[in-house]
Ligand binder design. Structure first.
Ligand SMILES: Cc1cc2nc3c(=O)[nH]c(=O)nc-3n(C[C@H](O)[C@H](O)[C@H](O)COP(=O)(O)OP(=O)(O)OC[C@H]3O[C@@H](n4cnc5c(N)ncnc54)[C@H](O)[C@@H]3O)c2cc1C
Length: 532
C-alpha cells in the first residue's frame, strides 16, 4: 500500500500547479518535496541583482487556470523582478493552501521503482522512505547551477557567488573589485547593476551575445484593466501563439521586403524591444542563413552605436546565428561598457592563466579582485533529472538510459520508468515557451493520464521504445529545419562537457500541445498500460 497517490518533486511554478491540479481537482493524495526552504524554485534561487522575467512580461508570465488570480494580482512592472515573481508564487501557495502538503528543506536523494510492488519509493535527505504510485518530477529545466571547470579556480580566496544560487543575505559590491564570468541572460541582467555599485567591475566574456532592450516600465492601470477585461480572448491567443505569448504576429519572409523596408521593420521591433523582437521577427530568421545574417548585422550595428570605444565594441560582437541561444533582454547592458569602472576581458583572445588568492591573471594582465560572480548558467533541461537519477524497471538508472541521448516520449514519460512523469523535460517546448502556461498544459495532460488509469483500474502506464524513437525523430526533424542545432548552446547541452549533444526542445509550440492531446484522444497511442 502506497503512502500517497503521487509524490511531486519540486515546488516551483510547475510543482505547485501539479499539487493544486492533482490534489484539488482530481482528489489524489499528494506529497511534495523541495530542497529549498519555500516555494518558487527559479525565483527562490536566482536572487542576483537585476534578476527579472525576461520572457513575455506582465501580466502574462503567470498561471492562467484561475480567473480570481488574474483579478486579484497586480504586477508592478512589465518585466517583473525576482522579488515580485516570488511574491506572486507565494501568494498562489497561500491562496490555494498548498504549503500544507509540501515538505521544504528536503531533497529527494533517491527514487526507485519496484517491479514487485509497482510503486515508486523515495528516500529523502531527512532519511525518510516514502512510496507512491506516481512520481511527478517538477525538478526544473534551469535549476542545477553549472560551474565550469576553470583550472586553478579554487586558488581564489575572495567572495564567490553563482547567480543561480545567490545568497539570501544582501551582497554588497560597494568599494569592491568584482569580476563576473559569463555573459548569458543572468550575466547581462546583473552586470549593469553590479557596475553601478562596485569600485571596479571586470567582465570576463566567453561568448559575446546579442541582446535587445527589455523596455521595462510600470504596468499602467489601463493595461492591467485591459488584460483583465479581455482575459478570455488573451488566453485563447496564448494557447495558439508559438511561445505561449499573448500576441498574434503577422510574420512573413524577409525576402518580401527591400533592404530599406527591412531596416525600417527591424528598427521598429528594436524600439518596441522585449522578446517580440525575436517572436515578431521575419518568419525565416531561424531558417535561412542569409536572413539570420541580416538580423545579426542589424543587432551588431546597435552594439556599435551603444559602445563608445570601437575596440571594446568589436570584442562584444556576437558571431552565432541570432536566436539560436536563449534570447536576452537587457537594461543598459552594452552602455555599461562606457563606464570608467568597467573593463571587458575577451577570454577567447586573453584566456585565464592563473587564479591567485586575490585575483586572476589572464594572458595579457593581472586582475585584482575581491569577488567573483559566476554567471555560468545551468546544466539545463536534462541536468536536474540526471542529478536525481531515478531507477526504473530492473534497476536501470536514468543515467544508464540517457548515457547517449535523452530518449523519452512526449517529453513527459520514459520507457522503463512506469508512472513517472516529467514537467518541462527534454522533448517538450519547455524553455522556449511561456513556462507557467506550459507547465499547466503538461500537468493537465498528466492528470488526464492518471485519471484514465484510475477509471479503468489500471496500475501502470509506460511508453514503448518504438514510440520514443518516433518522438525523438519528430523533435529532431523540427529542430533540423532551423539553425538551432548548428549553435553550441545550453539548448544543445554544449555548455557541459561530456553531455550528449542533442537539441532537446520541441519547436512545435501549440502543435506540441495538439500532438499530446491527440495521443490521448487516440487511446494513448505509444503507451502500454498494465492492469492492476
Ligand atoms: C533568471 C531566470 C529568468 C527566467 N525568466 C523566465 C521568463 O521570463 N519566462 C519564462 O517562461 N521562464 C523563465 N525562466 C525559466 C523558469 O525556470 C521557469 O519559468 C519556471 O520558473 C520553472 O519552474 P519549474 O517549477 O518548472 O522549475 P524550478 O523553478 O526550477 O523548480 C524546481 C524545483 O525543484 C527542486 N528540486 C529539484 N531537484 C530536487 C530534488 N532532488 N529534491 C527536492 N527538490 C528538488 C528545486 O529545489 C526547485 O525548487 C527563467 C529562469 C531563470 C533562471
Amino acid at each position: 500500500m502506497a503512502d500517497y497517490d503521487v509524490i511531486v518533486i519540486g515546488a516551483g511554478v510547475s510543482g505547485l500547479y501539479a499539487l493544486h491540479h492533482l490534489r484539488d481537482e482530481l482528489e489524489l493524495s499528494i506529497r511534495v518535496y523541495d530542497g529549498a526552504a519555500d516555494v518558487g524554485g527559479t525565483w527562490w534561487y536566482n536572487r542576483y541583482p537585476g534578476a527579472r522575467v525576461d520572457g513575455p512580461g506582465s501580466p502574462y508570465y503567470c498561471y492562467t487556470f484561475s480567473d480570481e488570480l488574474m483579478e486579484e494580482w497586480d504586477w508592478a512592472e512589465t518585466q517583473p523582478t525576482q522579488t515580485d515573481v516570488l511574491a506572486y508564487v507565494g501568494h498562489v501557495a497561500d491562496r490555494f493552501d498548498l504549503r500544507r502538503d509540501i515538505q521544504f528543506n528536503t531533497w529527494v536523494t533517491d527514487a526507485s521503482y519496484s517491479d514487485e510492488s509497482g510503486l515508486w519509493s523515495i528516500e529523502t535527505s531527512a532519511g525518510e522512505h516514502v512510496s507512491a504510485r506516481f512520481l511527478v518530477c517538477a525538478v526544473g529545466a534551469l535549476s542545477t547551477a553549472y560551474i565550469p571547470d576553470i583550472p586553478g579556480f579554487d586558488g581564489f580566496q575572495g567572495e564567490v557567488y553563482h547567480t543561480g544560487a545567490w545568497p539570501h543575505e544582501p551582497v554588497s559590491f560597494t568599494g569592491k573589485r568584482v569580476g563576473v564570468i559569463g555573459t548569458g541572460s543572468s550575466g547581462v541582467q546583473s552586470i549593469p547593476e553590479i557596475a553601478r555599485e562596485a569600485a571596479h567591475l571586470t567582465v570576463f566574456q566567453r561568448t559575446p551575445q546579442y541582446s535587445v532592450p527589455a523596455r521595462n516600465r510600470p504596468v499602467s492601470p489601463e493595461e492591467a484593466a485591459h488584460a483583465r477585461e479581455n482575459w478570455d480572448s488573451i488566453r485563447e491567443v496564448m494557447a495558439v501563439n508559438n511561445g505561449g505569448f499573448p500576441f498574434l504576429f503577422d510574420a512573413h519572409s524577409a525576402y518580401m521586403h527591400t533592404p530599406e523596408q527591412r531596416q525600417e521593420r527591424l528598427e521598429e521591433l528594436w524600439q518596441q524591444g522585449t522578446l517580440n523582437f525575436f517572436f515578431a521577427n521575419y518568419s525565416d530568421v531561424l531558417m535561412s542563413n542569409e536572413v539570420n545574417g541580416w538580423v545579426a548585422d542589424f543587432l551588431r550595428s546597435k552594439i556599435r552605436e551603444a559602445v563608445d570605444d570601437p575596440e571594446t565594441a568589436e570584442k562584444l560582437m556576437p558571431d552565432f546565428f541570432v536566436g539560436t541561444k536563449r534570447p536576452i533582454l537587457d537594461n543598459g547592458y552594452f552602455e555599461t561598457f562606457n563606464r570608467d569602472n568597467v573593463t571587458l576581458v575577451d577570454l577567447r583572445e586573453d584566456p585565464f592563466e592563473k587564479f591567485t588568492p586575490s585575483g586572476v591573471s589572464t594572458a595579457q594582465g593581472d586582475h585584482p579582485l575581491d569577488m567573483l560572480v559566476l554567471a555560468t548558467g545551468f546544466d539545463a533541461i536534462s541536468g536536474t533529472m540526471l542529478k536525481l537519477n531515478p531507477t526504473g524497471r530492473r534497476g536501470v538508472s536514468l543515467k544508464d538510459k540517457w548515457k547517449d541521448g535523452f530518449d523519452n516520449y512526449l517529453g513527459i514519460t520514459i520507457s522503463g520508468f512506469p508512472n513517472l512523469f516529467m514537467i518541462h523535460g527534454p522533448g517538450t517546448p519547455g524553455v522556449l515557451y511561456n513556462m507557467p502556461l506550459g507547465a499547466e498544459r503538461e500537468v493537465q495532460w498528466i492528470g488526464n493520464c492518471i485519471q484514465r488509469l484510475k477509471d479503468k483500474s489500471l496500475s501502470t502506464v509506460e511508453p514503448t521504445t518504438d514510440a520514443e524513437a518516433i518522438w525523438g525523430e519528430e523533435v529532431n526533424t523540427l529542430a533540423n529545419r532551423t539553425l538551432f542545432p548548428q549553435t553550441d548552446s545550453w539548448y544543445t547541452g554544449a555548455n557541459v562537457p561530456g553531455k550528449p549533444r542533442e537539441f532537446t526542445v520541441h519547436l512545435g509550440g501549440p502543435l506540441y500541445f495538439q500532438r499530446i492531446s491527440e495521443v490521448a484522444a487516440n487511446g494513448y497511442e505509444g503507451f502500454v498500460f498494465e492492469a492492476s
